[in-house]
Design a protein around this ligand. Structure first.
Ligand code: PLP
Length: 450
């Protein structure tokens, strides 16, 4: 390798980083990741970093699995590319679609492939609008989503998302309506979590009545809001959302891009949260991030209605054979090595116990966790759920930077800190992660008090 400083200089000169300030300050301290194995990353200085985020919530089976590299190489030699646009198909895409249909709950039996989660959600926008069009209700084209949701970065998927900063850079497409998120810690006021969960769910009903039942096509949500800060809804929320979707006959889209493939302790977050979606968005953990691939998994009735006409949609890499073969191998490993059982029986209970023990720390007001995705709220006063006087995110950023220096990757969203480690993490590795997290929080606390 070139020396780190040279790599950093070239990176700064030519590479624009996503979701980053590409300024001198924003680029300061950029680390060059060179290798990874299991839950560990190695940088160009030889530092070993514990990845508490599984990359971007995606490396579910951990890094460095040779089997995936071998499958990719074999598939590249045999059939590196072919499309399925017209009357052609191939074995990897058939096998993966069949496997996803087998794993997905209910009658979610039909798969439309993409290269990731953003373009799968773009597919969903066209799918649900075409569904109602084909049923003779073309005005039924409004999709309801939630503030602070993340559904991707394309203009369509970020319109579904509720990130104000993204809307401010490029605007949003028409006929998307956002309701509030079920974030009790930040927005619950004097209500109990149960009351608040119901109130926030009923905003869906209010929105449907306001917009007109004959205008609303679908509701989209993540079972557990991830990039918004791992916002776990109160228990009353999802049953009420499901009741409302059933009552008004609107399509329910579960964005499982983070929650899918074991993250919540079941194959899909919908199973953990008791949701019955018509469409699921999947990506990330489907290939453990080894190759880019995403999909919409669609129920029988929606697929049948879409199939009435030509569906004018598709990506060059829809069902890419190499991506499909690697994803299939990843699913084989998840299944044969019983990694979701490991989550349920070993990793998640242990992580929950450690995570909730953070509540004794003076900075931590709330600790939420579902399976292998958790968040803590940082606060100057636990009793009143107060926010820091500094600009929102400042304290979160300080904690994140301390973690980074102490070689554990955690992410911050405003003043919440997040973890989402590879599902294969062992109790000993969780112990090591918490040594580093405690050290980082203590250092951040001291810095804030200075
Ligand atoms: N949906 C959710 C819930 C996500 O968390 C993400 C990415 O983080 C996406 C969609 C977008 O997926 P991608 O980055 O693969 O386009």
């Amino acid at each position: 390798h070139m020396p780190t400083a040279e790599l950093q200089a070239l990176d700064a000169a030519h590479h624009m980083h996503p979701f980053s300030a590409n300024t001198e300050l924003g680029r300061e301290g950029v680390r060059v990741i060179t290798r990874a194995k299991g839950v560990w990353l190695t940088d160009s200085e030889g530092e070993e970093i514990l990845d508490g985020m599984a990359g971007l919530w995606c490396v579910n089976i951990g890094y460095g699995r040779e089997e995936l590299a071998e499958v990719a190489a074999r598939q590249m030699r045999e059939l590196p590319y072919y499309n399925t646009f017209f009357k052609t198909t191939h074995v990897p895409v058939i096998a993966l679609a069949q496997k996803l249909a087998e794993l997905a709950p209910g009658d979610l039996n039909h798969v439309f492939f993409s290269s990731g989660g953003s373009d799968a959600n773009d597919t969903n926008i066209r799918l649900v609008r075409t569904y109602w069009q084909n049923k003779g209700q073309p005005d039924r084209n409004v999709i309801i989503s939630r503030k602070n949701a993340y559904h991707g970065s394309s203009v369509g998927s970020s319109s579904l998302g509720g990130m104000a900063g993204m809307h401010a850079q490029g605007g949003i497409i028409p006929n998307i309506h956002h309701i509030n998120q079920p974030n009790w810690w930040a927005e619950g006021g004097d209500m109990t979590p149960a009351e608040f969960g119901l109130a926030r769910a009923r905003e869906l009903e209010e929105a449907i009545l306001e917009l007109g039942q004959d205008r609303v096509a679908a509701f989209i949500a993540e079972p557990v809001q991830g990039a918004g800060g791992v916002i776990v809804a109160p228990d009353t929320y999802w049953p009420e959302i499901q009741r409302i979707c059933d009552k008004f006959g609107i399509l329910l889209i579960a964005d499982e891009v983070i929650c899918g493939f074991g993250r919540t302790g079941n194959w899909f977050g919908s199973q953990t949260l008791g949701i019955r979606p018509h469409i699921m968005t999947v990506a990330k953990g489907m290939s453990s991030g080894y190759v880019p691939i995403g999909a919409s998994i669609i129920c029988d009735e929606v697929a049948e209605v879409i199939g009435m006409e030509e569906f004018n949609h598709g990506y060059t890499y829809s069902g890419h054979p190499v991506a499909a073969a690697v994803a299939l191998e990843n699913l084989r490993i998840l299944e044969e090595e019983k990694i979701i059982d490991h989550v349920r029986d070993v990793a998640a209970p242990y992580l929950k116990q450690k995570w909730e023990s953070l509540l004794v720390h003076p900075l931590v007001g709330e600790a939420k966790i579902v399976g292998m995705m958790g968040s803590i709220a940082l606060t100057p006063d636990k009793g009143t759920r107060a926010k820091f006087a500094a600009e929102a995110g400042t304290v979160g950023y300080i904690c994140r930077e301390r973690c980074f220096k102490n070689n554990v990757i955690m992410r911050h969203v405003g003043d919440r800190m997040i973890i989402s480690p590879p599902l294969v993490i062992t109790p000993a590795e969780i112990d090591e992660m918490f040594v580093r997290i405690h050290k980082s929080l203590d250092e951040a606390h001291a810095e804030i008090l200075e």
